[in-house]
Design a protein around this ligand. Structure first.
Ligand code: F6P
Length: 341
């Protein structure tokens, strides 16, 4: 069998572990040939690929990023790809394509699959927002990075009697904010799923200072937003000075809290540091298992599916289920973590 593999969308720790696992299972176990397309679907469309043998994937298990490179696919190029699926399969001689990616990639994978390409998807994203799988690899690493950041910020915040507003990734789903906020002992957590009220955060900080605590840490997802009308002063400032002055909700919220509290509030935008570097042991194991099961599914001819974690088992789930809707944080998970929302 000839298997093509590619990584698309935003990178995340664990991608290399999947590539390595696919090659090990396919080449060493089945005697397959594996080729890796470069820079996501762009490599597939432009015929840029390279053979992947055991040596090509040696030493990459713990390495962050992706040895194949990644890119986001533009809509018109996807349509082009779907129209040329049959030609592509013939041109590259692939019997199966394993695209590793998030919601956008899996949507593209589904469309290519519907057009006749034999695809087995592998879900990845630090956001953990893919339906049909309990977890995606990369998430554990991102939560670990954000948690360590909060641990560190607490000591400096306390020395200077400051409020730290830590902005983490998560545009539509607040999983990273929820779990890192919980693990890092944030005093307030703001998620995209529930508009926050700055007045509650102010009350929380004042209550802490009143009982002798001289700092606070607030964890805010990049997609969190204030309740309607609750930050009108800031809205006026943005109208006056433009958005550039308040890049992101973390900066805007710190500004708002400083103004209301009369205490220093510093924004800390963690950004892409959450996606970089070596994956945790948990993410390496999950990535390994996904790679192994993707090859098994290809050999069974189970296409149009993706690997998924259910409890402790890896199962195959239809790509259609994975991309039907994003998995957001349910109310009971918010209630469990609640300090101030
Ligand atoms: O989907 C993963 C993710 O890291 C999101 O959390 C974040 O909003 C986005 O990608 C950032 O994308 P980019 O790397 O293109 O800035």
């Amino acid at each position: 069998m000839r298997i093509g593999v590619l990584t698309a969308g935003g990178d995340c720790p664990g991608l290399n572990a999947v590539i390595r696992s696919v090659v090990h299972r396919a080449v060493a176990q089945y005697g397959d040939e594996v080729i890796g397309f470069e820079d996501g679907f762009a490599g597939l469309l432009e015929g840029r690929y390279r053979p992947l043998d055991l040596n090509a994937v040696s030493g990459i298990l713990a390495r962050g990023g992706t040895i194949l490179g990644s890119s986001r696919l533009e809509r018109n190029r996807l349509t082009e790809a779907c129209e040329n699926v049959a030609d592509m399969a013939v041109e590259f001689g692939i019997d199966a394509l394993i695209p590793i990616g998030g919601e956008g990639t899996l949507t593209a994978a589904r469309m290519l699959g519907d057009s006749g390409l034999p695809v087995v998807g592998v879900p990845k994203t630090i956001d953990n927002d893919i339906s049909a799988t309990d977890r995606t690899f990369g998430f554990d690493t991102a939560v670990g990075v954000a948690t360590e950041a909060m641990d560190r910020l607490k000591t400096t915040a306390e020395s200077h009697q400051r409020v730290m507003v830590v902005e983490v990734m998560g545009r539509h789903a607040g999983w990273i904010a929820l779990e890192s906020g919980m693990a890092g002992g944030a005093h307030g957590i703001c998620l995209p799923e529930r508009p926050f009220d700055p007045a509650s955060l102010v009350a929380m900080v004042e209550e802490r200072f009143a009982r002798g605590k001289k700092f606070a840490v607030i964890c805010v997802a990049e997609g969190a937003h204030p309740a309607e009308g609750s930050m009108d002063y800031l809205k006026g400032e943005i109208d006056k000075f433009g958005h550039e002055r308040f890049q992101g909700i973390g900066t805007a919220l710190a500004y708002e809290l400083e103004r209301r509290l009369g205490k220093e509030a510093k924004p800390v935008i963690l950004g892409h540091v959450q996606r970089g570097g070596t994956p945790t042991a948990y993410d390496r194991v999950l990535a390994n298992r996904f790679g192994w099961h993707a090859v098994e599914a290809a050999h069974r001819g189970e296409f149009g599916m993706m690997t998924a974690l259910r409890g402790t088992e890896i199962v195959m789930a239809p790509l259609a289920d994975a991309v039907s809707e994003l998995k957001t944080v349910p109310k009971d998970r918010m209630d469990e973590a609640e300090s101030v929302f």
